[in-house]
Design a protein around this ligand. Structure first.
Ligand SMILES: C[S@@+](CC[C@H](N)C(=O)[O-])C[C@H]1O[C@@H](n2cnc3c(N)ncnc32)[C@H](O)[C@@H]1O
Length: 223
């Protein structure tokens, strides 16, 4: 599969290959998300996920990789906290809005339009990797490899309970987290925080109770 990415989202994208990106069925990578992000409104708002804000004191300021960054609310937040942020997403439109948000807040975010199925996270390159509302267990090992020793992987996703909690979020169980799936997947590493809970969301189009899992893993091996 040809990997398509660009350092600047304004670059012309020759999207001739058609992998079905996570959560979409369109023929062109990113097309569904580009459509969703088309318009002035920030679909999930401009404020970061609360859990990221809460865990900030645990993170080492340095290089942050924001996976599936969307319109950039979490990437811009981290840049405001002094991180050197790279935001990756399959949607060029989303990342354009990320750059616009960064500009209004006086910070810089590097953007890469890429399909996370094939994106190279590198080895021991990042102090923090975030993954919010993009559940792909195939990324877990790559993310842990990409972290520097002692670095942190932080995520929040909808859990399977969301199917009976509220009407928003993915309906495909493959994109929802099963009970204990994350503690099992990360049992070789130090889990600093894990919750499987219902929270009240105030995130753009996501308003009201939501069933989520929240995880902060440190890249420190455990016996
Ligand atoms: C539910 S949104 C979450 C956006 C952002 N993390 C947030 O919390 O605001 C999911 C994001 O995943 C991106 N995405 C979907 N499939 C992808 C893929 N295969 N590679 C990269 N990004 C993808 C979409 O473009 C979208 O921005």
């Amino acid at each position: 599969m040809m990997q398509l990415w660009s350092r600047v989202v304004t670059a012309t994208l020759m999207l001739t290959v058609v992998p079905a990106a996570h959560g979409q069925s369109a023929a062109t990578p990113g097309a569904t998300w580009d459509r969703r992000y088309d318009g002035q409104m920030y679909v999930y708002g401009k404020e970061p996920v609360d859990f990221l804000r809460q865990m900030l004191p645990e993170l080492h300021v340095g290089r942050a990789l924001v996976l599936a960054a969307g319109e950039g609310r979490n990437a811009v937040y981290l840049a405001r906290q002094g991180f050197d942020v790279t935001a990756v997403d399959v949607s060029a439109k989303g990342l354009q809005k990320c750059l616009a948000l960064a500009a209004t807040q006086g910070v810089t975010v590097h953007t890469i339009v890429a399909d996370l199925d094939t994106f190279d996270l590198g080895t021991e390159r990042w102090d923090v990797i975030t993954e919010f509302y993009y559940h792909d267990p195939a990324l877990f090992e790559r993310a842990m490899r990409g972290l520097k020793p002692g670095g942190h992987f932080i995520l929040q996703h909808f859990s399977l309970d969301q199917l009976t909690t509220n009407r928003f979020g993915p309906r495909n169980p493959a994109w929802l987290v099963a009970p204990n799936q994350l503690p099992r997947a990360f049992n070789a590493w130090r889990i600093r925080h894990y919750e499987d809970t219902i929270v009240e969301l105030d995130e753009g189009m996501h308003q009201g109770p939501a069933a989520v899992v929240r995880l902060l893993v440190e890249k420190t091996p455990v016996e």
